[in-house]
Design a protein around this ligand. Structure first.
Ligand code: RP5
Length: 181
């Protein structure tokens, strides 16, 4: 257990190099090959100032670490887990089975079946163990959903989400204006 604990107790680093002791969101993925997609979730959390940790945790290659991660997440203060995986994408579902925390699943597009394999295996959870699955490779939406979940208890965060949506609306309207100029 100590060994696994040391794997999780590294200092938390956000994209801008800042550190925080208590991550609220755990971003995990089955392989470092998922990182180019999953780092988009980290970028969104940085925008909202939400602390997170990033770990490679594989359902198949590191099953003990996965169990430990899921079981210790509540104790460590994690509130939402974002889990990305490709192919036989069991990671989010297995993690959800070992924690009461909300788990957002990101299906990663693999080289063989275009991500349909990942999205279907993530969606088809058995009754009783839910995960919230976003679109293929859409780690950005996973982070936005995590922010919305946290925002239920953090009014400041909810205000930031309102602003984010207003900014997006303004941006789209401006683009529309340019088209008719
Ligand atoms: C899954 O297998 C990972 O989530 C990844 O998307 C996929 C391929 O992994 P690598 O062979 O690139 O390590 O477990």
């Amino acid at each position: 257990e100590n060994n696994l604990n040391s794997l999780l107790s590294k200092e938390v680093e956000s994209c801008d190099g800042q550190t925080s002791a208590i991550p609220l969101v755990g971003i995990i993925m089955g392989s470092d090959s998922d990182l180019p997609i999953m780092k988009e979730a980290a970028k969104v959390l940085d925008i909202f100032g939400v602390h997170y940790e990033v770990r490679i945790v594989s359902a198949h290659r590191t099953p003990e670490l996965m169990n430990f991660y899921a079981k210790s997440a509540v104790k460590r203060g994690i509130q939402v887990i974002i889990a990305g995986a490709g192919g036989a994408a069991h990671l989010p579902g297995m993690v959800a089975s070992e924690t009461p925390l909300p788990v957002v699943a990101v299906p990663i597009r693999g080289s063989q079946l275009g991500g349909i394999d990942s999205v279907l295996s993530m969606l088809q959870m058995p009754r009783g163990i839910p995960t919230a699955t976003v679109g293929i490779n859409n780690a950005e939406n996973a982070a936005l959903l995590a922010v919305r979940i946290l925002a239920v208890l953090f009014p400041d965060l909810q205000a930031r989400m309102f602003q984010y949506q207003r900014d997006m609306t303004d941006d789209v309207l401006k683009k529309g204006d340019k088209l008719v100029e």
